[in-house]
Design a protein around this ligand. Structure first.
Ligand SMILES: [Zn+2]
Length: 392
C-alpha cells in the first residue's frame, strides 16, 4: 500500500466508508477493543484496512498519514506492529508462536502493540500444530492492556469459532466500479477509459483491477477468456476452448509463481543469514526442501485460483447476456463485447443462459471441492456451454 499526497492513512481504501468511520472512532478511544476480525472477499483490501487501523492506533492524530508513526507502519517497519502472512513464509507456526510471546510484552515505543495476522483462516489448517490455536486463543482472551490483535480472513466462517467469538468483526464491502475507477485514476494516473474498463472487468477486486489497468498481458488473457462464449458453436470449438483456458491459466500462474518463489527463497536466506547460520547447513537444506514442497502445493492451488477467476469472468458474460435479454438498464460488465453478448442473446434463451451459469459453477465445484482434473471439468463445462441456436 502506498500513501498519496491526499493525506490520511484511510485515503487509499476503496469503498469502505462505514468501516473507516468505526475504526477512526476506535482509534480515538470510542469502541476500542483488543481483538478485531476483518472479513471481506478477495481483493476488498482487508489487510490494507487492518494496516491503516494499525497506523491510526500508533498515530498521535488518529492516522494523519504524514507523521513518522503512520509512515513506518505503512512501510512495514514500525517496531510495535507485527504482521504475519502465511503466503510469504514457511515459518508460519513459528511466527505465530513468536507473536503470542511478544503479545505479552508492552509496546517498545508506540502507543499500542499491534499483532496483525493476514491469513487467520489458516490457523485452523490440520497441517498446523494443534496447540497453535490454543496459544493464540489464550493470548487474545487475556490481553495485556496495550496489545491489539487484528485478524483477517475471507469470511467469519473461515476462522476457528473459539477465536472469532472473542473478536469484534468488521465486514468489508465489495467496492463498486465507480469507487475502484476513481481510485485507479488517482493512484495510478491512468486514463478514465482504462480505469473504467478495469474497474468493471474486475468486479470489485482491487488487485485484479490494478493488474488489468496496468498490464497488457493480463488484459489480453482476460479478453481471450471472455470472447470464448460466443464461439462455442461446435463440439470441436468447445474442446479447443477448454484447452485454451487451461493453458491461459498455466501461463498466468507461471508468471505469478516465478516471482513469488524467488522472493520466498530470498526471505529464507535472509532469515538464515541473520541468525548467522551457514546456508549450506543441514537446517538450511531442510528448510529449503520444505519450502520447495510448499511451493509446489501453492502452485497447484494458484492454478485453481486463476482458473476460478477465469470462470468468474465467463460468468460475467452470461450475466451480461441475461441483462441484455431482459432489457436491464446500465452498462454491461463486458461493455466492449456487446456484439458478442448479443450473439449469446440470439442463440440462447435466458433460461438456457442461467443453466449455462450453473454449468460453470458445477465445473468450479468439481475442481475445487472434488479434485476433478481441470482439463476434464473444463471440457464438460464447455460442452454444456455450446450454443444450439434455440434463442431468438
Ligand atoms: Zn500520523
Amino acid at each position: 500500500m502506498t500513501t498519496t499526497a491526499t493525506g490520511s492513512v484511510w485515503s487509499d481504501l476503496v469503498g469502505q466508508a462505514g468501516t473507516i468511520e468505526t475504526l477512526q472512532q476506535a482509534a480515538t478511544g470510542h469502541g476500542m477493543t483488543h481483538a478485531w476480525l476483518f472479513t471481506g472477499p478477495p481483493g476488498s483490501g482487508r489487510s490494507n484496512v487492518a494496516l491503516a487501523f494499525a497506523a491510526a492506533l500508533q498515530c498521535e492524530r488518529g492516522g494523519c498519514g504524514e507523521c513518522s508513526a503512520c509512515r513506518s507502519v505503512l512501510a512495514g517497519s514500525h517496531p510495535d506492529v507485527h504482521v504475519t502472512r502465511s503466503e510469504t513464509s514457511t515459518l508460519y507456526i513459528k511466527e505465530i508462536r513468536g507473536l503470542v510471546q511478544r503479545a505479552a510484552l508492552s509496546p517498545a515505543h508506540g502507543r499500542w502493540q499491534v499483532m496483525l495476522i493476514e491469513d487467520a483462516d489458516r490457523l485452523g489448517d490440520p497441517d498446523h500444530a494443534r496447540g497453535i490455536g490454543n496459544a493464540l486463543l489464550k493470548a487474545i482472551e487475556e490481553p495485556t492492556p496495550k496489545t491489539v490483535w487484528l485478524l483477517c480472513a475471507p469470511t467469519v466462517r473461515d476462522v476457528l469459532p473459539t477465536i472469532r467469538s472473542r473478536c469484534r468483526t468488521l465486514t468489508l464491502a465489495t467496492p463498486g466500479a465507480a469507487d475502484v475507477a476513481t481510485f485507479l485514476v488517482r493512484s495510478e494516473g491512468i486514463s478514465e477509459t482504462v480505469a473504467n474498463f478495469a474497474a468493471r472487468a474486475s468486479q470489485g477486486h482491487i488487485g485484479r483491477a490494478r493488474a488489468l489497468a496496468l498490464n497488457e498481458e493480463t488484459r489480453a488473457r482476460r479478453r481471450e477468456v471472455v470472447s470464448m462464449p460466443a464461439r462455442l458453436t461446435s463440439l470441436g470449438s468447445c474442446m479447443t476452448a477448454a484447452t485454451n483456458l487451461s493453458e491461459l491459466a498455466k501461463e498466468e500462474t507461471d508468471a505469478i509463481t516465478a516471482e513469488a518463489n524467488a522472493a520466498e527463497v530470498a526471505e529464507l536466506q535472509t532469515i538464515f543469514g541473520s541468525e548467522r547460520k551457514d546456508t549450506t547447513s543441514r537446517a538450511y537444506r531442510a528448510a529449503i526442501s520444505d519450502l520447495e514442497k510448499l511451493q509446489k502445493q501453492k502452485a497447484k492451488r494458484r492454478v485453481l485460483d486463476v482458473i476460478d477467476r477465469a470462470l468468474m469472468d465467463l460468468v460475467s458474460v452470461y450475466r451480461d447476456a441475461i441483462a441484455l435479454a431482459v432489457g436491464a438498464p446500465g452498462q454491461l460488465v463486458n461493455e466492449e463485447l456487446r456484439s458478442d453478448v448479443a450473439v449469446l442473446v440470439r442463440a440462447a434463451s435466458p433460461e438456457t443462459l442461467l443453466r449455462m451459469i450453473d454449468a460453470i459453477f458445477l465445473a468450479r465445484e468439481q475442481m475445487l471441492e472434488f479434485n476433478v482434473p481441470p482439463q476434464l471439468a473444463l471440457e464438460s463445462m464447455m460442452v454444456a456451454l455450446r450454443l444450439s441456436g434455440e434463442g431468438r
